[in-house]
Design a protein around this ligand. Structure first.
Ligand code: PFF
Length: 470
């Protein structure tokens, strides 16, 4: 993305800008996080809540980010300073918090991407052929270094997930510093449809397994008794995380949109495409969970345990399994490029540092602190016993970023677009200087941004920390 950030006019069409935004949105969030959180959140009711937050909270915030980005043609920090005509605009704080959120996400995201790289490598060796559910669970445990608490740090079991995580960061650092991000992102745009087709194959295979109907029932049966304040916050946090919102990524991408793109419809298209990918992952995973007797609330291992099972007894299964993990690693790389970009831009602008240097420095910081995530994915992992705010590091990084930083960032972005930005400027951006007849939409979106979206975020937030009770 580096070269594209500099040459904003390189994005000649709306479709190109849409695809780049989708490249940031689609990632491990769809394939790994969405299914496992739906599993731990109780199935259908979580799904309904998630969809509600996508349309009532995430889409209006994405519209705001795009409007702020295209109006200013700047990154998340510069955008507020320019729009406010004030180099000391306090709203620029949104951009700084975004950089913090990007670090926190990268600490655990690069770790999970490391597991995906490892599974890609393992799939190439054919070890998953004819695997059973128990074996798949045990393999995941050893992949993440479960059961290493109290042992030596310098054992292969502890160092292996760290090695794969560092490899991921070397790849990302190399892509950014070689300045080939735009080429890679073009490749991701080709890979994404292939991943989509593979997910469809996966889902069809899963749906034809014996007992698949039980998985569908789990995914679509809505039982609101499962819903607690913390599950509600998690569903909202997932909507932010999934669509890369609340930290300025989409402000930067908004700056790529051409003057004739309709910013009122682009976020809807992105959200719907993103939901399709997540649903396909759900349709591949939950029938398999019930067919093979895996626990739906198994947590972060769900993807890694079920997908080898889907392909285990199928013609060409091992080739497809390898392709699946390879393409998932591409999707993860695309999302990570957009994540590392946030602190890289901040650092290079704030400290006047060359981009390359900032990118490499950030990858090193992420690798060093990321060791804490790699060593705490399971409570029996090497660092698994250390709890901060009742959580291990892996969960803590995820919790603070998805459930605190992103919703707070999103809240302020909605307030900025709804109250601080001039109504005429907002209308001007959404109607493309009066060329689009979007008047009705402008009124609706502004209403949501002023009275619905921020209130929802605030209420869910306060409810989950116990300040409000209902
Ligand atoms: N949306 C990405 C995913 O679902 O995998 C994760 C992500 C990327 C979050 C970029 C935030 C971001 F800025």
């Amino acid at each position: 993305m580096s070269s594209e950030t500099k040459q904003r006019d390189a994005f000649s069409s709306t479709l190109a800008a849409l695809m780049v935004s989708l490249g940031s949105a689609v990632g491990l969030g769809n394939i790994w996080k969405f299914p496992y959180m739906t599993g731990t959140g109780g199935g259908g009711a979580f799904l309904v809540l998630y969809l509600f937050f996508v349309f009532m909270v995430a889409v209006p915030i994405m519209i705001s980010e795009f409007v702020i980005g295209r109006r200013s043609r700047m990154n998340a920090v510069g955008a507020f300073r320019k729009l406010d005509n004030d180099p000391r605009s306090p709203w620029a704080g949104i951009g700084f918090m975004g950089a913090l959120a990007a670090y926190l996400i990268m600490f655990f995201y690069s770790c999970v991407a490391g597991w995906v790289y490892y599974y890609t490598f393992k799939a190439a060796t054919g070890v998953f052929a004819g695997i059973t559910a128990d074996k798949a669970g045990a393999m995941f445990g050893s992949a993440i270094g479960a059961g290493t608490a109290g042992g030596s740090f310098f054992s292969a079991a502890v160092l292996s997930p760290i090695f794969w995580q560092v490899l991921v960061l070397c790849v990302i650092g190399a892509i950014i510093s070689l300045g080939v991000s735009s080429g890679i992102e073009r490749a991701i745009r080709i890979m994404m449809p292939i991943l989509f087709i593979l997910l469809i194959i996966c889902a069809i295979r899963a749906l034809t397994l014996p007992g698949a109907a039980e998985g569908l029932r789990f995914l679509f049966h809505v039982d609101f008794s499962q819903i607690t304040p913390s599950v509600t916050l998690a569903a909202m946090g997932l909507a932010f995380f999934k669509l890369s919102l609340g930290m300025g990524t989409m402000i930067t991408y908004g700056s790529y949109f051409t003057a004739d793109s309709d910013l009122s419809t682009a976020p809807l298209k992105i959200a719907i495409a993103d939901i399709c990918v997540s649903m396909l992952a759900g349709l591949a995973i939950f029938p398999t969970v019930f067919s093979f007797g895996v626990e739906p609330g198994a947590g972060p291992g769900l993807l890694f345990i079920t997908i080898p099972l889907v392909f285990s007894q199928m013609p060409l299964g091992q080739v497809l399994l390898f392709a699946f993990f390879l393409l998932t690693s591409f999707a993860a790389n695309g999302a990570m490029l957009s994540l590392v970009e946030v602190p890289t831009v901040w650092m290079s602008e704030e400290f006047n540092m060359p981009r390359k240097k900032a990118a490499i420095l950030n990858c090193v910081i992420i690798a060093v602190v990321g060791v804490l995530a790699a060593g705490s994915a399971d409570s029996s992992s090497f660092f698994g016993g250390i709890k901060v705010m009742g959580r291990g590091f892996f969960d803590l990084f995820d919790f603070i970023s998805s459930n605190i930083c992103l919703p707070l960032g999103g809240l302020f972005i909605a307030l900025y677009a709804g109250y601080k930005m001039k109504k005429e400027d907002f209308r001007d951006e959404l109607t493309n200087h009066g060329r689009l007849h979007n008047e009705g939409k402008v009124v609706l979106i502004r209403f949501l941004l002023r009275y619905v979206t921020p209130l929802l975020v605030l209420i869910i937030f306060l409810n989950s920390v116990g300040v409000l009770k209902f």
